[in-house]
Structure formats: structure tokens, C-alpha cells
Design a protein around this ligand. Structure first.
Ligand code: GLU
Ligand code: ZN
Length: 275
């Protein structure tokens, strides 16, 4: 049976870009299970009251879920991290940002910092001071056959390097939490915004290291402010769902329009194509 999910982060009001992914995820899960999972691990970035506002937005769109909401802040990722240590795929890292920047050139399109050169590889004794936990990546190209974006390839080792799975401030990193949950919740397909395609090869390596078959992936087109234009940001205030609702827009009609547009195999959709 198809099992899908929508996994918003309660860091700001939902805008059209988020809603597009939600609408496509909801449509693809028709006839199967649809899980709502709130990604609220990064407490400092979460806005109080935002979960309720986002759920209200989803209800207004007529997007309903069959399981959840689950909250990542109420879940534990210790077992996943322990499993990676046991498999020799995790290690402690005490490098500062400055140290990493000094030995490594900046990489790739996503701004998650310079490639980590593996300085602390093999460090499996817990350090006494501050430390992060990194995932030991395998060299070689990882291929994603995305249902909407087509084939995408990345050599995680060459472009990202061993990445953080538990931050020095104790917060479990998005990459690990999302994979541990997608395994635990038995997702058959992951639908989300196209900006996360770049994270997918990392996550595929994590699925495999945790002994799970990766799900299928469908990354929705990015909603941009203008045709050849700029990325829509949370600051584009008028395009929040709350703003659209206040203007009297019909929620389910908007959902259906977004589901149709977002199911097209394309990289971007301009705002004025939606409304
Ligand atoms: N929490 C992420 C977001 O709000 C989605 C993560 C995912 O679906 O894997 O964009
Ligand atoms: Zn290090």
C-alpha cells in the first residue's frame, strides 16, 4: 500500500511553495495512508503557535491526514545514531566551522557550507568537550530517479563529505531525523519541495546504512515569484495561505490547482500561474 507524508517545519506561516508540496503529497497518497509529521526538532527556529496555524491552513485547503500529527520533538533518534556507530558509519567530530573552512573549498548549489574533509574520521571515543556526530559517507555517485524531476546524480563524498547527524548543540540533524522517521513510518514515497532534491543522495546513503530500502522520491517544482525569477521566500508575505484565506480564496480549489500544476515535470512554477 502507498504510504506518504507531509512534513512541515513550524518555523513560519505556510506559503504557496509549502502548500504546493502538501497538495501534491495529498493527491499522490489518495487511496493509501497519509501521515502528517511536524518537524520541530530545531526548537530555536520554531515559532510558538505556528503548528496550530499550519494545521488550520491545511484544513482550509481540505488536506486531511490518516495518521498523526506526529512531532519529531517527541521522538528519539538515539537508536538510529547507535546503529550507525555500530555499523562503523558514525564518528565524533570536534572541528569548529573555522577549522573546516580553512581546509576546504565551498561546494555546490545548496548552502550547507564547505565540504567536510573527514578530519575526525575514526574518532569513536566520546570527546570530553563539545562535539558533533558525523555520518561516514561512501564514495561514488548516488543516483535518484525522481518521479517529477527525473534523474539526479551526486557524489556525496566529493561534494558534501561526511555530514552532521547530531549537532554540537545536541539537536539531531534534519538529514538523520527525516530518514529515521521515514523508515519507522514505512514511507513508500517521499513528496516534498524541489529544494530538498539536493539532500536526497545523502538520505539514500543513510537509508542504506540503516539497512532499509530507500522509498521513491517526488520533488515538486519550486514556486518562484516571477517566471524567470527569484525564489519565493517566507518574506513574500502576501503569498502565505493565511493571506490568501483572508482574501477569500477557495481553499480546495487552490489545492486542486496546485496538485495539478505541481504534478507536472518541471523545475519551477511562477506565482501568477497558480493564482
Ligand atoms: N520539513 C521540511 C520542510 O518544511 C520538509 C522535509 C521533508 O519533507 O523531508 O520543507
Ligand atoms: Zn572534525
Amino acid at each position: 500500500m502507498y504510504r506518504g507524508r507531509y512534513a512541515p517545519s513550524p518555523t513560519g506561516p505556510l506559503h504557496l511553495g509549502n502548500a504546493l508540496a502538501a497538495a501534491v503529497a495529498f493527491r499522490r497518497a489518495r487511496g493509501g495512508a497519509f501521515v502528517l509529521r511536524v518537524e520541530d526538532l530545531d526548537r530555536p527556529r520554531c515559532v510558538p503557535g505556528m503548528v496550530e496555524r499550519q494545521l488550520e491552513d491545511l484544513r482550509w485547503l481540505g488536506i486531511t491526514w490518516s495518521e498523526g500529527p506526529f512531532f519529531q520533538s517527541e521522538r528519539s533518534y538515539d537508536a538510529a545514531i547507535a546503529a550507525l556507530f555500530a555499523a562503523g558509519r558514525a564518528y565524533y567530530c570536534t572541528c569548529s566551522r573555522k577549522q573546516i573552512a580553512a581546509v576546504s573549498a565551498p561546494h555546490g548549489p545548496a548552502d550547507d557550507g564547505p565540504r567536510y574533509p573527514g578530519t575526525c574520521r575514526g574518532r569513536i571515543e566520546k570527546p570530553s568537550g563539545r562535539y558533533a556526530v558525523r555520518f561516514l559517507v561512501e564514495p561514488g555517485v548516488v543516483r535518484v530517479d525522481d518521479a517529477l524531476q527525473g534523474p539526479f546524480e551526486q557524489d556525496v563524498d566529493a561534494s558534501v563529505g561526511d555530514f552532521v547527524i547530531a549537532r554540537a548543540d545536541g539537536v539531531v540533524a534534519y538529514q538523520l531525523a527525516v530518514v529515521a522517521d521515514d523508515i519507522a513510518m514505512q514511507m513508500t514515497e517521499v513528496v516534498r519541495g524541489g529544494d530538498l532534491l539536493y539532500s536526497t543522495p545523502r538520505q539514500i546513503q543513510l537509508f542504506e546504512a540503516l539497512g532499509a530500502a530507500p522509498p521513491a522520491f517526488a520533488h515538486t517544482p519550486l514556486v518562484v515569484a516571477e517566471k524567470d525569477g527569484t525564489k519565493l521566500s517566507k518574506r513574500d508575505g502576501g503569498h502565505t495561505l493565511e493571506g490568501l484565506r483572508a482574501r477569500g480564496v477557495d481553499g480546495p480549489a487552490l489545492r486542486d490547482r496546485m496538485a495539478a500544476l505541481g504534478s507536472e515535470k518541471r523545475a519551477t512554477i511562477a506565482l501568477d500561474e497558480i493564482i
